[in-house]
Design a protein around this ligand. Structure first.
Ligand code: ARG
Length: 283
C-alpha cells in the first residue's frame, strides 16, 4: 500500500519534471512561456516599509531549491518562497551561504535568524529548532549509473559504496544500508562521484536528483526503485524564535492567495499537492 503510494508519488515527481523540462526547452526557444515571478537576488526582496532584515542560512548547490544562476545570482524555489513570505510578513531576507550541516548548530547558537535549504522536518531536529509549517512534500531516492542493472532497490545497497551529503536525511538512510557510506559536502559532488564510477549509488532527495538528470547537469545517471521515505520541508528557526509566527502567517497567506502555487508551477511545472499543517509525526 505504502509502496504503491510512493511509487505513484515518484511518477508524479518525474512527470512534473518532464513538464519543467519542456518549459525550459520552450524558454530556450524564445517562446513567451518563460517563467514569471520575482527576480531572485542575493539580497532578497525589496525592503517592506518599516520592516527589519533577517539573516537566513542557505546551501546554494541544491537545484531547483537553491542554486546560483549563470549570472551568479542566488535563485530557486526556496529563494522565491522565502522572499514571498518576507514580503507578506514585512521583513527583508539577507541570505547567508552556509554548509548544510552547519545550519542546526548556527540556529542553536542563535547566530542566524533562520535557514532555508530544503530541510526535512524530523523529530531529532524539531527537538532543537522550531520549524515552520511544511512547505514542500519530498522523499529520498536512489541514483545509480544508467548501465547498472544490479541495484534496483534499497536492499541491494548492502556492501555497496553509497554517497550522500553530510548531515542530511539521505546520509542517515544510507547508514541503514550496511554499505560503505561516503559523505560529501553537497549533492553535485556526490553525483559526480557516481557518474565517474567512484561510488555505486547516491541516496538523496528525489526532486534534486531528478532535476540534475533532466537539466543534464550530470550524465549517465538514473533513479531506481520507489521513494524510500516521505518527507516534508520546513523553515527552521531558533527554538522560541519570535519570528516563527510571522513566517508561518506569511507562508499561510501565500498558500491561500495563490502566490505559493505560482512559485511551485514556475519551478516544478506542476500543480502543488495539498500540504498538511503539520509534518506527520511532529508535534
Ligand atoms: N532534505 C534533506 C535534509 O533535510 C536534504 C536537504 C539538503 N539541502 C541542501 N540545500 N543541500 O536532510
Amino acid at each position: 500500500m505504502v509502496r504503491l503510494t510512493r511509487s505513484r508519488f515518484l511518477r508524479q515527481l518525474t512527470a512534473g519534471f518532464l513538464g519543467l523540462f519542456c518549459a525550459l526547452v520552450f524558454a530556450a526557444c524564445g517562446s513567451s512561456t518563460t517563467p514569471t515571478g520575482g527576480d531572485a537576488t542575493s539580497t532578497g526582496a525589496s525592503p517592506a516599509a518599516g520592516g527589519d532584515t533577517l539573516t537566513f542560512a542557505i546551501e546554494p548547490t541544491f537545484a531547483p531549491f537553491e542554486f546560483t544562476d549563470s549570472n551568479g545570482q542566488l535563485t530557486g524555489f526556496d529563494v522565491d518562497l522565502l522572499n514571498a513570505i518576507a514580503e507578506e510578513a514585512g521583513f527583508t531576507v539577507n541570505f547567508q551561504t552556509s554548509q548544510f550541516d552547519g545550519m542546526i548548530p548556527a540556529l542553536q547558537a542563535g547566530t542566524i535568524d533562520g535557514a532555508i535549504s530544503a530541510m526535512t522536518i524530523k523529530p531529532e531536529r524539531a527537538r532543537v529548532v522550531d520549524f515552520s509549517r511544511p512547505y514542500y512534500r519530498s522523499g529520498l531516492a536512489i541514483a545509480v549509473q544508467s548501465s547498472n542493472a544490479e541495484i534496483t532497490s534499497f536492499d541491494n545497497l548492502s556492501g555497496k559504496r553509497i554517497a550522500a551529503q553530510t548531515g542530511t536525511t539521505g546520509a542517515t538512510k544510507a547508514e541503514e544500508a550496511q554499505g560503505d557510506v561516503r559523505l560529501f559536502d553537497n549533492l553535485p559532488l556526490a553525483l559526480q562521484e557516481l557518474s565517474n564510477g567512484n561510488v555505486d549509488a547516491v541516496v538523496h532527495d528525489a526532486p534534486a536528483i531528478l532535476y540534475a538528470i533532466k537539466t543534464g547537469s550530470v550524465q549517465n545517471i538514473k533513479t531506481v526503485g520507489d521513494l524510500l521515505t516521505e518527507e516534508y520541508y520546513g523553515i527552521p528557526l531558533p527554538k522560541g524564535s519570535p519570528n516563527l509566527e510571522r513566517v508561518n502567517q506569511g507562508l499561510t497567506a501565500i498558500i491561500e492567495n495563490g502566490t505559493y502555487a505560482e512559485i511551485y508551477r514556475k519551478w516544478f511545472g506542476a500543480e502543488p499537492p495539498e500540504l498538511p499543517e503539520k509534518a506527520p509525526g511532529i508535534e
